[in-house]
Design a protein around this ligand. Structure first.
Ligand code: DCP
Length: 230
């Protein structure tokens, strides 16, 4: 009877027994989130959920990412509404793996990108209020658990260079100013902790390091990221 009572109270607190350890990887555009995920995808018991950029580029033939960069005032609300939906789908996706590794989260969509669009008045108050109402309802009424945030911390100049080199057609319109300001917002949220609520402890990794040597850094933090017991 006592065991049943404990189990019930655990379930009530959304701490489902046996649920995976959930890690969200965050960082500026071009900070190396995909490379990080590729590295950790090789370990047993890890399920990687990449960001659904491809579906943002093709929703029934509509390139929402491209539209958002071409005419931000017209399309940012549409784009961020869809991002919020696809992020929620990733958060709620069941897994049998013991570690669920997610690229970004519903939180960075709201606290970094929507935040930036609000500050720049790209999103009018009315549209931001609708996105916020959805965000508040989702995060208050659903199990959006995150156990660890890995923050790939970079310098804006370095990621800007990488973005220019990878040459995604939609991102041709991204400016260094935009990247600098997104950097400050990530910093305030995850490093200075003075902006919005932080949903999990944060592990900061120096992601300015070159692709060839950053694996050493990943190796160094592997046991913390994969929640391995000593
Ligand atoms: N984006 C956005 N709003 C969001 C999430 C992403 O405008 N809520 C945009 C910014 C980029 C593209 O989507 O143009 C992908 O951004 P990410 O930083 O999420 O992914 P990257 O592919 O840049 O990651 P990395 O290079 O770190 O692997």
């Amino acid at each position: 009877y006592l065991l049943q009572k404990v189990a019930r109270s655990i379930l009530k607190k959304n701490m489902q027994p046996g649920r995976p350890f959930i890690v969200a990887v965050e960082g500026n555009i071009g900070s190396g989130k995909s490379t990080f995920l590729e590295y950790f995808n090789n370990f047993e018991g890890v399920e990687v959920l990449s960001e659904p950029v491809e579906s943002w580029r093709n929703l029934n033939g509509n390139n929402l990412l491209g539209l958002m960069y071409e005419d931000p005032k017209k399309w940012s609300f549409t784009f961020q509404s869809y991002v919020q939906l696809t992020m929620l789908q990733n958060h709620l996706k069941p897994t049998k793996a013991s570690i669920k590794l997610m690229e970004r989260s519903i939180f960075s969509a709201r606290y970094c990108f929507v935040e930036k669009m609000k500050r720049d008045r790209i999103l009018p108050h009315s549209s931001a209020a609708v996105l916020d109402a959805w965000f508040q309802w989702i995060t208050n009424s659903m199990n959006i658990n995150i156990d660890l945030i890995v923050y790939l911390r970079t310098s804006p100049e370095i990621v800007y260079q990488r973005i220019m080199e990878r040459n995604r057609p939609e991102e041709k319109l991204v400016s260094l100013e935009y990247i600098q300001s997104l950097h400050e917002i990530h910093e305030d949220w995850l490093n200075n902790k003075c902006l919005h609520h932080c949903p999990a402890p944060v592990l900061i990794i120096n992601a300015d390091l070159d692709k060839a040597i950053i694996q050493r850094e990943y190796q160094h933090w592997k046991s913390a990221i994969l929640n391995e017991k000593p």
